[in-house]
Design a protein around this ligand. Structure first.
Ligand SMILES: [Zn+2]
Length: 153
């Protein structure tokens, strides 16, 4: 967990949960997965990147989505990490293996989590607050002018 984000639970909270699920799922060292937050995630709440062994959670997830949703998303991604450790790329991401782990952890095995009104609101506001993408302006520069500019130093 990023140290600069004090709205989310501590790294120790995360480790404890990962150790708990690791024991439950019989996966060694699940708590070695790197868990970070990202402020640039809008359409997803979390993801797992096998090549980095890293879970990313949307930085607004805990504060806006609440602790229950946060924990479910963390579990969802931890289950991906566990499936990766057990099966690599030989099984589907949200296949029976992954569903079994979610069920064992006490969650429904829905692959997509419903957004809450608070989350939808938050995302709408963030989208509106983002500055419009600047249009690339084509600037015509004549060669003599360009040369002048380059040697102007
Ligand atoms: Zn997933």
């Amino acid at each position: 967990m990023d140290a600069n984000d004090d709205t989310t639970p501590t790294g120790e909270d995360v480790r404890r949960l990962l150790r708990h699920w690791g024991a439950l799922w019989d996966v060694d060292e699940l708590d070695r997965v790197l868990v970070r937050t990202s402020s640039r995630m809008f359409t997803t709440l979390g993801n797992y990147r096998p090549h980095r062994d890293e879970i990313r959670l949307a930085s607004h997830l805990y504060e806006v989505g609440g602790p229950d949703l946060w924990q479910e998303v963390l579990c969802h991604e931890a289950a991906h990490a566990a499936v990766w450790r057990k099966h690599g790329r030989s099984v589907a991401a949200h296949g029976p293996e992954w569903k079994g782990l979610m069920k064992a952890a006490g969650y429904s095995s829905r692959a997509t989590l419903p957004t809450t009104p608070e989350l939808a609101d938050y995302i709408r506001q963030r989208r509106q607050a983002r500055p419009p993408r600047r249009r690339r302006r084509r600037v015509k520069v004549s060669l003599p002018r360009l040369l002048r500019w380059m040697t102007a130093e």
